[in-house]
Design a binder for this molecule. Structure first.
Ligand code: ZN
Ligand code: ZN
Length: 386
């Protein structure tokens, strides 16, 4: 039975096994005899958040995806916070993550393919030396040139020890609760930080909605976003990976995007990449049409014949309207480029172009609403969750 499995990666295997066991035993044991201070609990949460944001705003959106640019001082802070999370060096992490996006779901090439199951994508991929996990920095020439990234890569172990032992001990000493610092800010924070972020590779590829694309397993899920500093909007992220936002709607819970935006307001972050709204709406609508078509085909035998024909017609009309908007948009874009190129565009002309672009964007928004309503009327779920 036992097909030869790749050899165990001892260091990550020991860290990832020993830390949760130690936390489960030591924390209740200590708490039974002494109380942890409120300060230690509060700092545990603060530190947890800092670690999380170091990974999401730093490792992920800044270094893996270049979704924005950050001042060197921000880079150093994000690097230190990210190091505390013990998820390997930025270079290893970001290079592996670029491979994840490029070969998403591929069981041989995606380092944490969700198609290999929950356990593998959550943690298993780090425990053994799988060929899919072999580092290949050829996809990260920019990072090989980044001084902060390379400094961390060179001194990774020392920095990990500093952030995970020295800093929690110092915190414990300062708040007069040494063991609170070591056990809560040090140990519990690390274990929670690990598993919360691991959910992005496991759960966020399994549980939730697919409003933008069903061409990969990534899902949008508010509950996962709550635990992952906003990374739970993973369906959006996999189709538009260069956007600095994962929760693209203003009301979606994405503290990472709020941090990046706030940094840009004070001049510490720049060049924030945003996918145009029109492109986003287009993806959503295409997904709706696809789904409507699938549902119609599935349910056509169960619904009365008349209904099906009427629905088909309405969807066909909507689709025609959609194609017309796309064509108009294309033409307007060409016109706009032509005028821009000649540099004859007056301010008021530019503004009138903007109004026309906005009009079309609004048209797609309304169409989206109509399609949603149509789906509801058909009593068909708008998006599948599985
Ligand atoms: Zn993913
Ligand atoms: Zn990503």
């Amino acid at each position: 039975m036992s097909q030869s499995k790749p050899p165990i990666n001892w260091l990550p295997a020991i860290v990832l096994t020993a830390t949760p066991i130690a936390a489960l035993i030591l924390i209740p044991w200590y708490a039974m005899q002494h109380d942890f201070s409120t300060a230690a609990w509060v700092l545990m949460v603060v530190f947890l958040y800092m670690n999380g944001l170091g990974i999401t705003a730093g490792y992920h959106r800044l270094w893996a995806h270049k979704a924005y640019e950050a001042h060197w001082s921000v880079q150093i802070i994000l690097m230190l916070w990210g190091t505390a999370a013990i998820q390997n060096s930025i270079l290893n992490w970001a290079s592996g993550h670029r491979t994840h996006h490029r070969f998403v779901d591929d069981v041989d090439k995606d380092p944490y393919s969700a198609k290999r199951g929950f356990w593998f994508s959550h943690i298993g991929w780090m425990l053994r030396d799988y060929p899919s996990g072999t580092p290949d920095y050829s996809n990260a020439p920019d990072l090989l040139k980044n001084k902060v990234v390379m400094f961390q890569h060179k001194h990774y172990l020392a920095l990990v020890l500093l952030m995970n032992f020295a800093v929690p001990m110092l915190i414990g000493y300062l708040i007069n609760d040494f063991w609170g610092g070591v056990l809560l800010v040090g140990l519990l924070r690390l274990v929670l930080s690990h598993h919360f972020t691991f959910f992005i590779n496991s759960l966020a590829h399994m549980w939730g909605k697919q409003p933008y694309t069903d061409e990969n397993t990534a899902r949008d899920n508010f509950w996962i976003a709550l635990l992952t500093y906003g990374e739970g909007y993973h369906n959006f992220h996999h189709i538009f990976q260069y956007d600095y936002r994962n929760g693209v709607k203003w009301w979606q819970f994405d503290p990472t995007k709020w941090l990046i935006l706030a940094l840009s307001w004070v001049g510490l972050a720049s060049n924030l990449k945003r996918i145009p709204n029109f492109t986003i709406r287009k993806a959503e609508l295409l997904m709706q049409f696809k789904r409507a078509q699938q549902q119609l085909e599935q349910k056509s035998s169960k619904l009365p014949h008349v209904d099906i024909e009427a629905l088909k017609q309405r969807i066909a009309l909507e689709y025609d309207a959609f194609v017309a908007t796309m064509n108009e948009w294309g033409k307007l874009k060409e016109e706009w480029y032509a005028e821009k190129k000649q540099a004859v565009m007056q301010k008021w002309e530019d503004a009138s172009f903007k109004t026309r672009f906005n009009e079309m964007e609004y048209r797609l928004k309304m169409q989206n609403k109509r399609m949603q309503l149509l789906m509801q009327q058909m009593m068909l779920p708008q998006v599948t969750t599985s």
